[in-house]
Ligand binder design. Structure first.
Ligand SMILES: Cc1cc2nc3c(=O)[nH]c(=O)nc-3n(C[C@H](O)[C@H](O)[C@H](O)COP(=O)(O)OP(=O)(O)OC[C@H]3O[C@@H](n4cnc5c(N)ncnc54)[C@H](O)[C@@H]3O)c2cc1C
Length: 376
């Protein structure tokens, strides 16, 4: 087994690390407080080629492996989980179905532009009454004179207030399975609802989106009728691996701040890091991070090798997101009042990390999936 990164992987890690240190970290508090989409940094991430990492060179991407992609995601998430969340949503979920099934019109006008951050996409799956249970969605696409008419209500759509296009999961007439549609945001009948005010990842703006009899040409069906669920399954493992990388990024930031603080904060005549209780917390956090990283890169490697990875992807998403929340909690205790003050990023890490418990499947849903893999 070779655990070393290749020269290319090291260089990608370095590029995103430097970008996160110099550009993202200094802006992270403002992104959080303003609760607005971080447009300028988003464009810069596009210029670094992040949105095209997972797509082949012949369509404008760089064909990077998932290991490299995860290294970049971790660095972005160390800087700002809000920024990393919108960028990963763009690079994987919003654009994937355009790449797989979009015709020339869609690819030229939207996909190619999205790879450079010139067009922003959102994915509309969740509905007010259908979250984990996607088969319960009610949004419907009716066939009318060769076209489709889409109606329904979506919610929690990341980047919706600034989006140029959506990929929408809907039910088609008389079909048990779901389908995916491409919908330009400016189409008549697309209504962007109010922003959802959130606990964390506040710069990753999220809102409701309603579709009121939206007419869509035939070529806006991405994949066949009823193939949406199957298509989603194609990228589910990668989405979970990516979410684990987001969790590891924010956890690493919290751990490093706490470690530094433990070395410098003096109480009772010595740095608090000399007290056994603090040492044990930090040692446990280091073990958790090390384990989460190993699991992440194993799952990413399996994916790069096109080997079965559903179980490992679910396991690492579950483990890394739970660890991230535990690490942010412990790190904030180490910083005590300074971990509670808005002036320092620790409180933001703590709030932001909660998101990783939900996106990509809740812990309970992942546990169910893992148990199924165990034959239960
Ligand atoms: C910041 C953020 C951004 C998001 N962005 C998007 C986006 O861009 N597009 C999009 O479509 N969605 C998005 N979502 C929505 C997200 O995908 C859903 O929130 C998620 O799927 C969970 O659905 P829910 O919140 O409705 O919870 P529910 O499914 O209602 O679950 C509630 C609770 O019940 C548990 N539960 C549910 N079913 C079972 C079961 N069978 N067994 C045991 N426990 C169960 C869950 O684990 C959870 O604890 C986003 C969410 C957040 C927080």
């Amino acid at each position: 087994m070779n655990f070393n990164l290749t020269e290319t992987q090291k260089s990608i890690q370095q590029t995103f690390k430097a970008f996160a240190e110099q550009k993202v970290k200094p802006a992270a508090a403002e992104i959080d407080e303003n609760k607005t989409f971080p447009m300028e940094l988003f464009k810069q991430v596009g210029e670094l080629g992040f949105f095209g990492m997972r797509y082949p060179e012949d369509v404008g991407g760089s064909g990077s492996d998932i290991v490299s992609y995860c290294l970049a995601v971790i660095e972005l998430a160390r800087g700002s989980l809000s920024l990393a969340a919108v960028c990963t949503m763009q690079s994987l979920m919003a654009t994937y179905f355009l790449y797989r099934f979009g015709d020339k019109e869609i690819r030229d006008a939207y996909f190619s532009e999205a790879l450079f951050g010139n067009k922003i996409g959102g994915i509309c799956m969740t509905e007010p009454n259908a979250g984990s249970d996607l088969m319960g969605i009610k949004t419907v696409a009716k066939v009318r004179n060769n076209d489709f008419v889409l109606s329904g209500q979506k919610t929690w759509v990341t980047s919706a207030p600034v989006a140029d296009f959506f990929t929408v999961l809907a039910r088609t007439d008389n079909h048990e399975q779901l389908s995916i549609f491409f919908v330009p945001a400016k189409t008549e009948g697309v209504i962007i609802g109010k922003n959802i005010d959130k606990l964390g990842v506040c710069g990753s703006v999220t809102s409701e989106v309603a579709f009121d009899e939206v007419h869509l040409p035939k070529n806006y069906l991405l994949g066949g009728i009823g193939e949406g669920t199957k298509c989603l399954r194609e990228i589910l493992a990668e989405i979970r691996i990516m979410t684990a990388a987001l969790a590891i990024g924010v956890a690493t930031a919290a751990y490093q701040d706490a470690l530094e603080y433990a070395k410098t904060r003096v109480q009772f005549g010595k740095p608090i890091g000399k007290f056994q209780a603090i040492k044990m917390k930090l040692a446990d956090m280091a073990v958790q991070l090390e384990s989460a990283n190993r699991m992440l890169f194993h799952a990413a490697w399996l994916s790069d090798e096109d080997l079965p990875r559903q179980k490992q992807a679910a396991m690492v998403k579950l483990y890394a997101s739970e660890c991230a929340n535990s690490i942010c909690d412990q790190a904030s205790r180490i910083m005590a009042s300074y971990g509670y003050a808005k002036e320092y990023p620790m409180q933001r890490y703590l709030r932001d990390a909660r998101f990783t418990l939900i996106g990509g499947g809740t812990s309970e849903i992942l546990q169910l999936g893992i148990a199924k893999e165990l034959g239960l």
